[in-house]
Ligand binder design. Structure first.
Ligand SMILES: [Zn+2]
Length: 445
């Protein structure tokens, strides 16, 4: 396939399919608007059930078998905020392979700085504005329209199509794709290929992501009266020594560790460490004084901090391994223990995922690349993500490697005020998803 490909090179059936999707422009816009108007804000996980039911009720009359899967007992799940996922499956005419489109239905809070209602889904200049338009209800709508158009076209499809709407991706996906993947929803023989319509852009294929290790480090001290700090031992001073080492020794070293993976933006083609939070001493308050200069409430009492905790967010590259990443930080702490009087520490794992990278010759990559060339007349670019997304659960728990992220929207707009998705991108990505599905289910080479 080359950049001179024109629709004329496609079979009349495929041309008719693309025309059918083009004619659904108003429908994909309306569907995106309907989804954005369900405010599935996470945290705390609002309106998940309403959104899951909305998707299920749309797909059922179109021939899908619809299942609602509540992540009972998962973090965050409660009767007030049920973690409700929806999985819909359409069986084709044969025993061919299944392609699954997975979208998260949660969005982050609107925040400030909006010039229109964040849940209004207003249209201006060929774009739909609202929280979740780009990340990722536009992608969800495009995948639904793609599958519906395929089914309506009457083309013989020997495999199966699945669409899921899952919760909590923004907070790790443990009650969403994580929960489903542990229960076989993202494994063979049920599913063979997964496309996650995250907003990576209509001509880019995201192959995977860097690894992540979150940990909490605690330094220990000895409590004493704050007017005589020499009688105690400050955990905050000890933490400060550790953070000084992170900044002067570890972070410069990490910057030198380059990956061959095409991580975007290019600044993330190295290892990184973020100090996510730090807390030492007494419980945090907002202190103030009244007009007399007296503390208004909850004045602190004078103590030397006996504990200080920091949360570290270490992102590592495919060329590193998790055990070495952990050991490097433990070695620094042990070195302080040897050299700094009174230094003592604890360290706890919070979460870890190893890097994933789907090979470029994997079926889902190849099919999507050819679909992009056919629809847009240009070759795709291949990227990897600096942060993890639900692919991590599909690879780890589902043991499925044939997975990519591909969808409409500009990644930089995600989580920002005035987030939008372009209407033409919705249509173009739906076409790409439909053609990729034809290849992956065995309906077309
Ligand atoms: Zn997303």
């Amino acid at each position: 396939m080359n950049s001179n490909t024109t629709p004329a090179d496609l079979s009349p059936q495929v041309q008719a399919l693309l025309a059918r999707i083009e004619a659904k422009q108003d429908e994909v816009v309306a569907l995106t608007q309907d989804l954005v108007r369900i405010p599935t804000v996470n945290p705390p996980g609002d309106a998940y059930e309403a959104c899951a039911r909305f998707i299920g009720e749309r797909l059922k009359p179109r021939g899908f078998t619809v299942e609602y899967v509540r992540a009972l007992g998962a973090p965050g799940d409660s009767d007030a905020k049920p973690r409700m996922n929806v999985v819909a499956r359409w069986e084709g005419a044969g025993s061919g392979e299944c392609v699954h489109f997975n979208s998260h239905i949660d969005v982050v809070e609107a925040g400030s700085g909006w010039t229109s209602d964040p849940f209004g889904a207003e249209i201006r200049d060929g774009k739909i504005y609202g929280r979740g338009t780009c990340d990722m209800k536009g992608g969800l709508a495009a995948s639904i329209i793609a599958c519906e158009a395929l089914i309506e076209s009457g083309m013989p499809i020997p495999g199966a199509l699945e669409i899921s709407g899952t919760v909590d991706e923004e907070s790790g996906g443990f009650a969403g794709v994580g929960y489903l993947a542990e229960r076989g929803y993202f494994s063979k023989p049920r599913v063979h290929h997964v496309i996650i319509p995250e907003p990576l852009g209509v001509d880019r294929i995201c192959l995977g992501h860097r690894g992540v290790w979150w940990s909490e480090v605690e330094t220990k001290g000895r409590i004493a009266h704050g007017s005589m700090p020499f009688l105690g031992d400050s955990a905050i001073n000890h933490m400060s020594a550790f953070i000084h080492l992170l900044e002067t020794q570890l972070q410069p070293k990490l910057k030198q560790r380059h990956t061959a993976e095409p991580v975007e933006p290019p600044g993330a083609r190295v290892s990184t460490l973020n100090i996510n939070s730090i807390h030492g001493g007494q419980v945090e308050q907002r202190y103030a004084t009244d007009e007399r200069g007296w503390p208004t409430a909850d004045a602190p009492s004078p103590v030397v901090a006996h504990s200080c905790r920091t949360v570290l967010d270490r992102r590592f590259i495919a060329e590193e391994n998790l055990e070495a990443v952990k050991q490097e930080i433990i070695d620094m702490l042990d070195e302080l223990k040897r050299t700094r009087p009174g230094f003592d520490y604890g360290i706890r794992d919070i979460m870890s995922f190893v890097p994933t990278a789907t090979p470029r010759d994997a079926p889902v990559v190849d099919a999507t690349a050819r679909a992009i060339a056919r629809v847009l007349g240009r070759e795709p670019s291949y990227i990897a993500s600096p942060g993890t997304y639900d692919q991590k659960h599909i690879v780890r728990s589902g043991k499925l490697r044939d997975c990519i992220a591909y969808g409409p929207g500009i990644l930089d707009l995600a989580h920002q005020p005035n987030e939008y998705v372009g209407i033409q991108e919705l249509v173009d990505s739906a076409k790409v998803m439909a053609l990729a599905s034809l290849s992956l289910t065995g309906a077309m080479r």
